[in-house]
Design a binder for this molecule. Structure first.
Ligand code: NOJ
Length: 571
């Protein structure tokens, strides 16, 4: 009898998915993902310089990070994404590299790095590193030779123009801070192109030697054990600066080449692309059968998520999820709430952007680059229940969840610091002097020491002791997520609800199913969800004693303000 009920339930789940398939052509990609290690990986982004200082010099280092690997393991982290740690002039927080093959001495020695890699491996934590190939630092020896000697092979490694191009003040990555993209070099007596700051000249990827060097760099790091790269500024890296009659198609082949090269060293290694692109370009960046990037941050959905959070209405986020639904089955979206940069709201309409500003970054000093907000998530949301709902959502979106160090305890920002440094303050470990980050007198960057988010109030040690802390909530979410392979591997679809107050998603993997529901508003709501399924038992996997016996094809869920549920669907 039991088996019969189970078979029936399964039959209806399958029926429901097929029915939806016919109903909506946009959900045509209702297929399971290929089971690869990154599909469901919990990723943690850390800047070694501000995480943990082991030697008291005030700067975090690899030995400090190694000490804290147990902490990350206990949180459930599968992958560490290391922010840039190579030698740098440090004018763009390490994204201005002066030697691709080295380790910034402030972060440790090559030996320390390898010790860290071995310790991570022992704990089955994979390591990705930032790979900044779009540009070098202006102090990089390649650029120095390129500018000084027109016959040097490095001259053509960068992008030059004898006259000031017409678009010299267009296409800035940092509007409001950066004045131009072509700057005159007094030594070269030419203009050089820089998508970002003028101290970050773009490398010329049309040059085969540059392409070869990029392959050499990634191979070098793969040999040190990294499992792949968070590839910086991908659209800019493969883009061709406007130069008259030049072919304007982006150089997607560079991504194919990097992938092919990577698989020679490690067939499992990945490229996780930083590519803030519109949905119609998704396939171009992932490539046919995922031949280019295996992963990309879903920047598109991120902006609409913030729009929805500000409006307390799920609709625009629902649409964005639908628009980014289709992708190759071997590729995966990386979802995030906040990262180390400003929240980029550039794709929202002026009206919507202003709504987000008003709700989450009302002061001018909180806004940046005419499009974003330079705050951490906790102060932006400023409501514990809503914050918790955001993380429950993050860990159940159909992709791999990425958080940044300090998010798990709800750290705040320091708006006295320049640009994006506001969200890059040292990790707050405990309430002792300097938050347990360093025993030295002067931390590399000020530690948040006043207001609601000061380290005396917001720190790892105190949250470890509190069963209901954000830290323990996130730990629990990750733990449960690992028991729900449906989320990252399954087919998924947005369920129709009778209110835009709520978001509901159904996932199905190898015959098992899951439904998650979120209330975007602060009020208690009851939502009717169209499940097209006749009989099933739904058990909330995040809390005990919460079951629904479904009969009929409407699922009725009551949610408290900013409430959420994850239901396993069984017989
Ligand atoms: C994107 C990185 O996320 C950002 O932090 C950096 O400033 C630019 N790329 C330039 O490398």
């Amino acid at each position: 009898m039991k088996r019969l009920r189970f078979t029936l339930a399964l039959f209806f789940v399958i029926l429901a998915f097929n029915a939806c398939k016919n109903q909506d052509s946009k959900t045509s990609q209702l297929v399971e993902n290929t089971n690869r290690w990154y599909m469901n990986a919990a990723i943690y982004n850390v800047d070694v310089h501000v995480f943990k200082d082991s030697d008291g010099d005030g700067t975090g280092d690899f030995n400090g990070l190694t000490e804290k690997l147990g902490y990350l393991k206990s949180l459930g982290i599968d992958v560490i994404w290391l922010a840039p740690f190579q030698p740098t002039t440090n004018r763009d927080d390490g994204y201005d590299i002066t030697d691709y093959y080295g380790i910034d001495p402030k972060a440790g020695t090559p030996k320390d790095f390898l010790r860290f890699m071995q310790a991570a491996k022992k704990l089955h934590i994979k390591v990705l590193m930032d790979m900044v190939l779009n540009h070098t630092s202006i102090a990089h020896p390649w650029y120095q030779q390129a500018r000084a000697d027109s016959t040097s092979k490095y001259r053509n490694w960068y992008v030059w123009s004898s006259r000031r191009p017409k678009d010299y003040d267009k296409g800035m990555a940092f509007p409001g801070v950066q004045a131009e993209t072509w700057t005159y070099d007094e030594v070269a007596k030419k203009y050089y192109f820089h998508r970002f700051y003028d101290f970050e000249p773009d490398l010329n990827f049309e040059n085969k030697e540059v392409q070869a060097e990029a392959r050499k760099i990634i191979t070098y790091w793969l040999k040190q054990g990294v499992y792949g790269f968070r590839l910086d500024a991908v659209p800019f890296m493969i883009d061709r600066p406007e130069r008259g009659d030049k072919d304007k198609d982006p150089m997607y082949f560079v991504l194919n080449d990097l992938r092919a090269e990577m698989s020679k060293s490690n067939a499992d290694a990945i490229l996780l692309g930083e590519a803030n692109i519109p949905p119609k370009e998704t396939k171009l960046f992932f490539g046919e059968n995922s031949s280019r990037l295996q992963m990309m941050f879903n920047f598109y959905a991120n902006q609409y998520l913030f729009n929805s959070l500000a409006n307390e209405n799920a609709k625009s986020f629902v649409n964005a999820l639908q628009e980014t639904h289709e992708k190759p089955t071997q590729s995966q979206w990386a979802y995030f709430l906040r990262n180390h940069d400003e929240i980029d709201l550039g794709r929202l309409s002026g009206h919507d952007r202003n709504t987000v500003y008003k709700a989450m970054g009302p002061e001018k000093n909180m806004q940046l680059y005419e499009r974003g907000i330079r705050r951490r998530l906790a102060p932006m949301i400023h409501n514990n229940q809503k914050l918790e709902m955001c993380y429950a959502m993050l860990y159940s979106l159909p992709g791999a969840p990425v958080i940044r160090y300090g998010e798990e305890i709800g750290m705040g920002e320091d708006l006295t610091l320049q640009e994006r440094l506001s969200v890059r303050t040292p990790m707050q470990w405990n309430d002792s002097v300097n938050a347990g980050f360093t025993s030295g007198k002067t931390p590399v960057r000020p530690i948040i020491s006043s207001g609601d988010y000061q380290y005396q109030k917001v720190n790892v040690a105190s949250q470890q002791k509190d069963a209901h802390s954000l830290l323990n909530t996130i730990r629990h979410l990750i733990e449960v997520r690992k028991k729900c392979p449906e989320i990252g591997l399954g087919k998924w679809k947005l369920l129709k609800t009778d209110t835009d107050d709520a978001l509901a998603i159904a996932y199905q993997y190898k015959g098992t199913s899951l439904i998650t529901v979120y209330n975007f508003t602060g009020k208690n709501i009851s939502v009717n969800i169209d499940v097209q399924q006749q009989q099933a038992r739904l058990s909330n996997v995040l809390s005990t004693n919460d079951h629904i016996n479904l009969s009929g094809n409407k699922l009725h869920v009551a949610l408290n303000g900013y409430g959420y549920k994850w239901y396993k669907v069984t017989d």
